[in-house]
Design a protein around this ligand. Sequence first.
Ligand SMILES: Cc1cc2nc3c(=O)[nH]c(=O)nc-3n(C[C@H](O)[C@H](O)[C@H](O)COP(=O)(O)OP(=O)(O)OC[C@H]3O[C@@H](n4cnc5c(N)ncnc54)[C@H](O)[C@@H]3O)c2cc1C
Length: 434
Amino acid sequence: MDPVHIVGAGVSGMGAAHYLAQRGIPSIIHEAGTHVGGRAACIRQGEHAFETGGKNFSSGWKRFNTLLNEFGIAEFEDQHPGFHIVLNDQLVALKKSATLKGDLRLAASLGPRGALQFRNFLSFARQNADRLNYTSGLIAEVERQWDHSTIDRHFTQRLTDGPLRLFSIIMGGAEPSELYPSLMMLFASGFGKGSHHAIKGGIGRFHDRLAEGKNIRFGAKVRRIVTCDGRVTALELEDGNRLRSEPASRVISAVPAHVLRQIVDLPAYGRVAIDALRYFPLALVNVVYDAPVFRDGVHSIMFEPGAPLGHCSANRLTAPHHVRFTLSGKAARDILDRPDAELVQIAEDTFSRRLPITANRLAVHVARHPGGICGYAPYFTKVKQDMLRAVATLQGLEIAGDFLEGHTMEGCLTSADLAVQRLLLPAAQTSVAA
Ligand SMILES: Cc1cc2nc3c(=O)[nH]c(=O)nc-3n(C[C@H](O)[C@H](O)[C@H](O)COP(=O)(O)OP(=O)(O)OC[C@H]3O[C@@H](n4cnc5c(N)ncnc54)[C@H](O)[C@@H]3O)c2cc1C
C-alpha cells in the first residue's frame, strides 16, 4: 500500500501517523528539523529535560489521555493551583478555582464592575465547558455576539490589564487588544474540564512513544506539495542542500497554517482565510538554578503590560529552581531578535523586580517560536470552514494542526484524527466531510 506522506513531526503530524497506523496504513513523516515535538519539543541536555512549549494537559482530554493509557505513562505532576498577577504594581493571587466570593483582594483590585464582569465571564465558561468547542455550535454563537471587537473593548481596563491579559498571554502570547472574546472563552472553559497535570520526566516521554515505529525523515523540508488537475501528485523536498521530488498521492500537512500557505496553491478564499489567522511570536527561556527561585507560595507570575516578560512559572510545583520564562506580548516582540544571552538577562532582570533571584544558573535553554502558541482569528468558525473547503478542492490533501481544533495538544490530536478520517473517506463524500 502506498504510504501517506505527512509534513511535520509535531504533535499533529505524529498524531496523524499514529491514527493511520491504527488502521494499518503506513506513513512517512517529513520533518524539516532534527527532532520530534515541534513547538512542544523536549530537548534533553545531560541530566536536564527542557520542555520548550506544550507540556500541560487536562484529565478531561479524551484523545491525549487515551494515548497516555496506551503508552503506559502513568506518573504525573500537578500543575500550579493558580497564578500571581502584577496588578496595581503588586503581586495578586488568582486561583484557578476563583469564584471571587472568597477572594476579596482580587475583587477589590478589579473594582465592582470589573469583578462582576469577571464573575459572569468565568461562570459562563464553566457552566458551558462541555459545549464550548467547534462542533456544538455554541462557540459560533459566542463569536456572533462578541467577536466584533477585541477583548479589551468589552471589559473594564483593570480587568483587561489583569486576569484577562493573563488568559490572552498564556493562551496566545498576545495582548487583549490583539485577541477576540470567543478564543478567550474557549481557553477559560478548559479550567472547567478536569484537572491539569504534566508528565513526570517531561513531555518528551510522550513524544518518544508516539514516534516509536514511525518512519520519520529528519532534515527533510517540504518546499512544495505539487498538484496537477486538482490532485496531489508529488512533494518537492529539500534534503540538506539537495532538492528532489518524491511521488505522493496522499498528503497530510501538519505544519502551522502560515507554512501551509507557502507550500501549496489554494483557491483565493482559502488563502484569505489563512491570512486572517494571526501568529504572535515568542521565546521560551528555561533556566535551571542551584537553589529555589520561586518561594512564599508563588509558583507562577503574569507580568504587567509593557514588561518584556509575559509569563513565568516554576517548571513543576516540585521544581521551584527550574524556571520557564516566556517572553511574549507586545513589548517582548521588540526584543525577540536579540542574542540568547540577552534574552536570558532581560528575563531575569524583569523577574527580579518582583522576586529577586539570588541563585546561580546551572543550565539554560532558549527556544524561539515564530509561530507562537497557535494561529488566532475572530469569527474562527467561518475561517476554519473556508480553509477546509479550500483544501477539499485538492484530492489527496488533508490538513491537521493546532490552528484547527483548539490551541492545545488535544486540539492537535483531534485535528489529526479528523484529517485521517477525511483522507480515508471515499472521494464522493469528501465535500460533505469538509
Ligand atoms: C510556549 C508554549 C507553551 C505551550 N503550552 C501548552 C500546554 O501547556 N499545553 C498544551 O496542550 N499546549 C501548549 N502549547 C501549544 C502546543 O505546544 C502546540 O499546540 C503544539 O505543539 C502544536 O503542534 P503542531 O504539530 O500542530 O505544530 P508544530 O509543533 O509547529 O509542528 C510542526 C512541525 O513541522 C515542522 N515543519 C515546519 N515546516 C516544515 C516543512 N516545510 N517541511 C517539513 N517540516 C516542517 C516543524 O519543524 C515542526 O516540527 C504551548 C505552545 C507554546 C509555544
